[in-house]
Design a protein around this ligand. Sequence first.
Ligand code: CMX
Length: 386
Amino acid sequence: MNASCLVLAARHASASSTNLKDILADLIPKEQARIKTFRQQHGKTVVGQITVDMMYGGMRGMKGLVYETSVLDPDEGIRFRGYSIPECQKLLPKAKGGEEPLPEGLFWLLVTGQIPTEEQVSWLSKEWAKRAALPSHVVTMLDNFPTNLHPMSQLSAAVTALNSESNFARAYSEGISRTKYWEDHEGGNVSAHTSHLVGSALSDPYLSFAAAMNGLAGPLHGLANQEVLVWLTQLQKEVGKDVSDEKLRDYIWNTLNSGRVVPGYGHAVLRKTDPRYTCQREFALKHLPNDPMFKLVAQLYKIVPNVLLEQGKAKNPWPNVDAHSGVLLQYYGMTEMNYYTVLFGVSRALGVLAQLIWSRALGFPLERPKSMSTEGLMKFVDSKSG
Ligand code: CMX
């Protein structure tokens, strides 16, 4: 459902309610009916073509997934329920005296398609606070992990163990009706797709989210924000703090020539600077313009894209969100770099769990694409050309 439809559909419920569940109970049957009609009319419409390259190339560009909460445009970047990042910054409620939108407001928007009121955001804050306590077995488990276990592994293990508390798992074992799967809610890219896939097996939201976190923990995905800071710190150690553009170029080429990627640059879909990077850069320009690490990141922004273009491999030479987030975190005192991806994971929960509610509400079936062997694919291509 696009943002405007959802807004219209939600208007009635939202006018009188601050309860997210009541609003969803009103929205979901309308959306179910709308999609049913759409599928009856257009179910056999062909959406795209699948090429041999797509099958070997990580399924890039293959349209095979319905995801309601956000859409990523290669040039423009992400829109949440139709709203760009600057629009979200402008429209969503903020904390008293604050300038940035509250996460509760973004979650509300993702789930309902509607910009919430301050009262609705405050209702959701209280709901989340009520659920904040960890069961003692999870605390004990975390305390018993060795200190060198990466925080992302700790997060994933802790969320998995939280499924002892899952209302969904309990209700499912008691024979809950399919139409109610969305209610017990505790909630494309690797992490979002993983939670979607695992959730499609009706694994409860804790298990689905933990699986997503295992994907986010990879260096080509969410761990890149830690990798960026490690790379920047090493750079400063090796070439000093006030480094010339020429020396930076050499350092970047050394990274590439040693067979590594430049962390924080490139993207599987985006073909322009990530608007999340731009948003963080504007924040840094306002609040920490003289921070040496920010200055280095800004200097790299002028140099890395040209080097990547010169190398001629990366389809997108521009920075992604991970090129910037660590710099802000270190400025505000979070120097434990291996926790950066955990924070990314917490924010990702808002998106993937909002979608999980809708996946359940719309009754998406078990996800199971068809695979082929190289042998089978070659025979298929032969039969086509012969
Ligand atoms: N540095 C060096 N080489 C890069 C590169 C980078 N930043 N980005 C892409 N390339 C290379 C790829 O490794 C690939 O090389 P090979 O042909 O030798 O295999 C080639 O350019 C083509 O890759 P692509 O189609 O442009 O990019 P992919 O869709 O395959 O991969 C991504 C996308 C993000 C994994 C890749 O750009 C990368 O490794 N970036 C650095 C890690 C990073 O910042 N990840 C975070 C992404 C955002 C997020 O999900 O959090």
